[in-house]
Design a protein around this ligand. Sequence first.
Ligand code: SAM
Ligand code: DTB
Ligand code: SF4
Length: 362
Amino acid sequence: MKVNPAYSTKEALIALYNKPLLELVFEAATIHRQFHNPREVQMSSLLSIKTGGCAEDCGYCPQAARYHTDVEAHKLMTVDSVIEQAKNAKANGSSRLCMGAAWREVRDNKDFDNVIEMVQAVNNLDMEVCCTLGMMNENQAKRLKNAGLFAYNHNLDTSPEFYGDVISTREYEDRLNTIDNARKAGITVCSGGIIGMGEAVEDRMGMLMSYMQMETPPNSIPINALVAVEGTPLENQKPIEQWEMIRMVATTRIAFPEAVVRLSAGRTKMNMEGQALCFMAGAGSIFAGDKLLTTPNPEFNEDKEMFEILGLIPKAAFTEGEKPETLPDPIIEARKAKEAARAQQLEDAKAKGFEPRKVTVS
Ligand code: SAM
Ligand code: DTB
Ligand code: SF4
């Protein structure tokens, strides 16, 4: 049951969301137990591989170049430092690494070649690899899939009606197309949204309706509470009550029984009891580690303690799908062959007594 036929209209979802809280949590917990092991929670670590300087105008985002936030822009990380961070995340219990880039879209350039190498390397560590790189076309999706990408994160964020109040530099349709491209390439889809941006409950349910109308709804649905960052247009947005987060998680759980619901940004503002109710209501994943992309998140140790108290266990990698095979990437292979040929030419020249010219810089 990919979607719950009892809640396939916006009206039905709104009525569900507004049910007495404990009734809602009970219904969600019941569904959760039919489709998932309620003790298992996936720990996924986020890594911002390219930070800030983004051309888009997403009103919530501290990485948009046009807003004056404290985020320092950084160019793409090296493959080696990504591997180091991935090993650290794995050692702390994470079974998935989600690499995020502050890009409007993927471009076919050296940076993307490097991302392909990162995906290959992290897949070789037996971690589920997820990327969130902005818009991408079908060919780019295929390249990522061949590199061993397990999931692509691309959020619709809110309803089609409210979208234009938050973002003007791209359309809802663009987001839907990228999600389609990931699907066509055989990559699992992680797509959800943010609550607390000033939207109405109708918009929250409108977003769920967009997922309901997909031929295949997302495999995982992250629910983020807005992290209101100084300098962004949403900096003064009133923080949501944690009850709203619990309602959103529970409603998503009931509407999409097979999906993994992710309790995502906003956990630093929740207490353990609030998070416990989210797990009860069907949250099956968290972002782990002291940083999301650019903003704080609970430390690994805090979450370890919470897992112990609540009797939760970290979920192993590839329980929801097979490990993708990493195939050779023709572009990277061609580049390596060219580099090897050049090195060989240099060796041959040296063997013939040729010394490369020394350049002295005064
Ligand atoms: N640039 C790519 C894109 O927009 O798809 C990938 C990175 S972007 C930061 C990934 C997601 O992070 C956004 O779609 C949004 O849902 C979430 N996000 C960004 N800033 C946030 C904030 N301040 N609070 C909560 N979620 C946020
Ligand atoms: C998602 O839905 N939430 C994550 C992940 N997918 C990429 C990102 C949250 C970002 C919060 C703001 C920040 O740290 O910059
Ligand atoms: Fe750029 Fe993504 Fe932030 Fe939008 S959410 S400004 S696309 S990094």
